[in-house]
Design a protein around this ligand. Sequence first.
Ligand SMILES: [Mn+2]
Length: 195
Amino acid sequence: MRQARIARKTAETDITVEINLDGSGSYDNQTGVGFFDHMLDQLSRHSLIDMTVRAKGDYHIDDHHTVEDVGIALGQALAQALGDKKGIRRYGECHLPMDDTQVRAALDLSGRPYLVWNVTLPTPKIGTFDTELVREFFQALSTHGGITLHVDQLHGFNSHHIAEAAFKAVARALRMAVETDPRKADAIPSTKGAL
Ligand SMILES: [Mn+2]
């Protein structure tokens, strides 16, 4: 069963994450940060990874620790659920249009964290949400999931659309990468024999 549960408690945040890679995109995400819940819902819905996230954070400071630490826990959950990565496609990509915006995501479940982030959110806030936290989330996801992740904004001028297109593009790319390749379901997809 490609599932994982991560509980992570620090002086700043208290987080639990449950995922099922072979899900149907059902979700129940409650982080105390409304826009971030909306983004996590997109991540689940468009990756078809079932996702339950509960987070309590030090919101009296700001939302930074909560968003970053959910990224850490979700990355850890992905790595754990993938296990030895036998049979997966490994690579995923997507060009995701959303009205004025197009974002491209390309990723490799390589075990080698690397984030390339060519995304410019034109406003500092989306509602009460700090737009710089979008990058913080994907940095944490990449680092703790062992994901080489490239996200490029091809165009777009609306911050909500750009952020949402980034989450949806990564979701679609993840869906592709975690899927089983029926032509090679019994092998780890690397000539090194390990990922
Ligand atoms: Mn939206």
